[in-house]
Design a protein. Structure first.
Lengths: 310, 279
């Protein structure tokens, strides 16, 4: 269980994390989502006591990380950059961390096997591929067999096989009753991995909800209607409080109204419909809609294209 | 590395042995880190071999230009002179002391280290203890070898001394202590500065450049200041070497004590900085 309360971090004049409060509970995979630069890695660093919050608190199992003795037994972390000396082997890297936490040598060999690095464990980490380095990061997190796992962008740089492996691993860890907190800027990945989402943008909490609820509540959902009388239908629906946009070729995008209501209103007023579709946004679209206002550096063409459509 | 292993099997217990002290575990961890990179061995080899070779060269050159009436035998310290190669060794060991911590910042492994042991003062203390031990052992080996080789060369003109002669053993042991302290000073400076190049430049500036700069001051100022400079105070215990500056000096052990105090102050500042700053 991870608890953040009013967590705030300033780096000089830059506000990286802005009053975040959330709970990460055990037994499910919680996705930590946000565009690049949203404050995900900073939040991870605050949880691990690497950086000190400017205000607010964050605890792991009710205690501040820096008060934990041998923390790897309770919380295992995979940081964004692996942080391995290029001249040191994976085995020596893991052994040093194990010794600092009183973990036996046998467990080092065990996690090396678990992540599939046993064949290269004696080689210098400088020669590892990105995928191997990511696997070493996962091995570090699993080393203390902790009840809480924190992984910062674990699928970055992995091949499809590796991505599938991480997904299965995270799900099975959560199924064992562990707390699993995974950051990502990839919605599509979280859609298949996470049960619950904590979404941030510009350091602020945007959503703390289940994946299904997140998609349902997103304003990106709409009803698509095809009719030979678009002007009449648009006027009618607007009268009843819906927002209607013409999407070209006679189609209308209706938001703020259920598909059933659209059908009832058109039938009751004798308007012919050729098509009536309730469009659930993909998680990706839901995410884009929610974070649009909170992306730090947007390329200008995208901004104009998006605003021209809405 | 093409096989993806399946979902994790039920993990086998990784429960720690809580009877062992945290500091001992962290020290073992630091020992593993130090011995698992090749640069450690290379640097220590350069320190030891460089010290012996440079010391031998200086002794040989002294012997060649030595005539009975040219030099004043009373002012010559064969033990100290044979240890003049410390000048090379201090650079290598000081650099290693810096790199022990700055390489962690450079590679990002400092975050893994501090996440594994959030008790940061213990991390720095363990690093210091492990590194100082390694540096002192290397220092003893290199000093003893330098002494023996140096005396063999000096015996050519019958100006050698013996380990059992007064002060000779102090020179050899003192030299290894001085080298270990330079390494610790490097560790402290490296922790404060966090960048390899900047920290090495600062260390070299402090122990080598600063005494040279002071030579540019008026003689009375030189005589007042020079003996209290960290490296000059620390080197008195080695004896009169090729690099001993002119002018009054502290006595051996108080000099080494003063160098200890400078190093301790640096390490205390480093501990406070490490504990307070974001990693």
């Amino acid at each position: 269980m991870i608890q953040a309360r009013g967590l705030t971090k300033w780096y000089g004049a830059t506000l990286a994390v802005d009053g975040l409060s959330f709970d990460v509970v055990a037994g499910r995979v919680t996705g930590f989502l946000g565009p690049n630069g949203a404050g995900k890695s900073t939040t991870m660093r605050l949880i691990l006591g690497l950086d000190a919050p400017t205000a607010g608190t964050v605890t792991v199992g009710g205690r501040a990380y820096r008060s934990l003795r041998r923390p790897m037994i309770q919380i295992g972390a995979m940081l964004e950059s692996a942080g391995v000396h290029p001249g040191r082997s994976a085995r020596a890297h893991l052994l040093a961390l194990a010794q600092a936490n009183g973990i036996g040598r046998r467990r080092v060999d065990q996690v090396l096997g678990l992540v599939g690095l046993d064949a290269v464990a004696g080689r210098r980490a400088g020669g590892y591929s990105l995928g191997m380095t990511q696997r070493l990061g996962v091995a570090v997190a699993l080393l203390g067999d902790p009840g809480v796992l924190l992984l910062d962008e674990p699928v970055n740089g992995l091949d499809p096989e590796g991505v599938a492996w991480i997904r299965t691993l995270l799900r099975s860890l959560a199924a064992e009753g562990r707390t699993v907190f995974v950051s990502s800027h990839l919605m599509s990945e979280m859609a298949v991995t996470a049960d619950h989402l904590i979404v941030i943008g510009r350091g602020r909490l945007l959503a703390d909800t289940s994946v299904a609820q997140f998609v349902r509540s997103s304003s990106a959902g709409h009803v698509q209607v095809h009719t030979p009388q678009p002007e009449r239908l648009a006027a009618l629906l607007r009268e009843h409080g819906a927002t209607v946009d013409a999407t070209g070729d006679g189609a209308l995008a209706v938001t703020g109204m259920e598909a059933a209501t659209v059908g009832e209103l058109s039938t009751g007023n004798g308007i012919v419909l050729h098509e009536l579709v309730a469009r659930q946004p993909s998680l990706e679209e839901a995410f884009m809609t929610m974070t649009r206002g909170s992306v730090d550096y947007q390329p200008h063409p995208t901004v104009t294209a998006e605003s021209a459509r809405t | 590395m093409t096989t993806a292993s399946g979902p994790s099997p039920p993990p086998v217990a990784a429960r720690p042995d809580r009877s062992r002290s945290l500091a001992a575990g962290v020290a073992r961890s630091e020992w593993t880190k130090l011995r698992s990179v090749r640069s450690t061995y290379w640097t220590l080899l350069v320190a030891a071999a460089g010290m012996v070779a440079f010391g031998a060269l200086l002794c040989a050159s002294f012997v060649r230009s030595y005539t009975d009436h040219a030099a004043d035998p009373a002012g010559f310290d064969p033990a100290g002179y044979s240890l003049s190669g410390f000048f090379i060794a201090q650079l290598a060991i000081g650099t290693l002391g810096v790199v022990v911590i700055t390489s962690e910042y450079q590679t990002g492994s400092i975050r893994a280290t501090l996440a594994a042991t959030p008790q940061r003062p213990i991390v720095l203390a363990a690093k210091a203890a492990v590194f100082a031990t390694v540096a002192a052992v290397t220092g003893i080996v290199a000093s003893l070898a330098s002494f023996l080789v140096g005396q063999a060369i000096l015996s050519d003109k019958d100006i050698q001394t013996h380990l059992s002669d007064p002060g000779a053993l102090r020179s050899v042991l003192g030299c290894s202590l001085y080298l270990a302290l330079v390494g610790l000073l490097g560790l402290g400076i490296g922790t404060l500065i966090r960048r390899t190049a900047g920290a090495i430049a600062t260390l070299v500036g402090l122990i080598i450049i600063l005494p040279v700069l002071v030579q540019g001051l008026p003689v009375t100022w030189q005589d007042t200041i020079t003996r209290y400079l960290p490296s000059i105070a620390g080197q008195v215990v080695i004896g009169h070497t090729r690099f001993t500056p002119p002018g009054p000096q502290l006595t051996p052990w108080p000099g080494l004590g003063l160098f200890c105090a400078y190093t301790a102050a640096t390490l205390i500042a480093a501990t406070i900085a490490l504990n307070r700053r974001d990693a």
